[in-house]
Design a protein around this ligand. Sequence first.
Ligand code: PMP
Length: 402
Amino acid sequence: SHDRVINFGAGPSALPVPVLEEAAKGLLNFSGTGIGIAEISHRSKEFTECINNLESLIRTQLGVPHTHSILFSQGGGSGQFSAVVMNMLARYRLLHPDVKPEKITMDYVVTGSWSKKAAEEARRLGGGQVNIAVNSREFSKDGKSFDNIPAHDAFKFSRDPALIYYCENETVDGVEFSHELSEPTSFPFHLLKQGSLAPLAADYSSSFMCRPIPRLADHAIIYAGAQKNIGPAGLTVIIVRQDCIVDVDAAAKLGAAPVPITFSYKTLEESKSLYNTPSVISIYMTALVLELMKEKGGLAYYEDLNRRKAGRIYGLLKDGEEKGVFKRKVKAGSESWMNVVFEVLGDDAEKRFLEGAEHLGMKGLKGHRSVGGVRVSLYNAITDEDTEKLAQYMRDFITQEV
Ligand code: PMP
């Protein structure tokens, strides 16, 4: 693996080398079966053990309570933009059979491009009104960028929404809620109706298992595509509170939109996520990653590691900003641990920065096409050493430029 570079890409992203080496063996012979992991039946005893093990690795490390099921599906984060709406509208219909669609609200917290997309999908599907509970662009430095998490008093939730939606970490914009609930940029859990089962759904696609999830038990749904922190693309992890696993066909009889069978949480729950063929290889590799995470010390270890990595890069950005070399895009307190987004100032400087990095074996640093600049993704597989290599390069770059 000496010819590998450091991959700071935003997703699919770097995976730990020991996992890749183990998976290479599994590709030829999975768990002593003599059959490779890409070839084996998803109903085999060995694979059943693997998927059950994955469930329990997630449950233990994240501390998922038994009020919540852990489901596996395909379709990615984008598939869940739709599934969340359809399942939660079905639930609302069963709870309130007589409320007309134009009276049903779904609250969307918009803090970046992904939550904006999720809100657009809800609007497209219909069946309820989309209320933008807050739009962080209104609070940005220039009036149009997703560069902040707004203050708690800016959030306006509806009285009895079918769904409240937020994206914990905005991968493109580099904006993230703080996981310290005492911070002003945390999610305003205290504004949700107390004592009720809040219909709170969170997209954790790019921050899943990088640190503990605050108020996990108070969520109705948490989901994430595996392809950033924990595995290859093709696997979507969905944590669902059991009151949100509803009979979508009964809801359809009462007027809710029919839900495609593979998108129904009830289908996934009843089939133990094996209604149809899952992404066998992604499930296998994700289990390998989580085994390694467990060995290293679980989320406490990764929380420390990720805090350190982000601190190091943001520290250098501050330094570079004072010297007129770099410019941070995101307001203080709203910065993502996972995706650090910034500009390199000066003619052609960004190009020079990216080329210089690539020359030293660091790739995947170009910002998303919609925002430009540089984006450093610091997912779990990026080590202290990898981060230090980039930090040293940034230090040298600052010295050269001033
Ligand atoms: N939400 C977030 C926060 C994401 O980063 C992404 C993908 N980058 C998605 C949703 C969409 O995920 P997928 O490509 O798995 O559909």
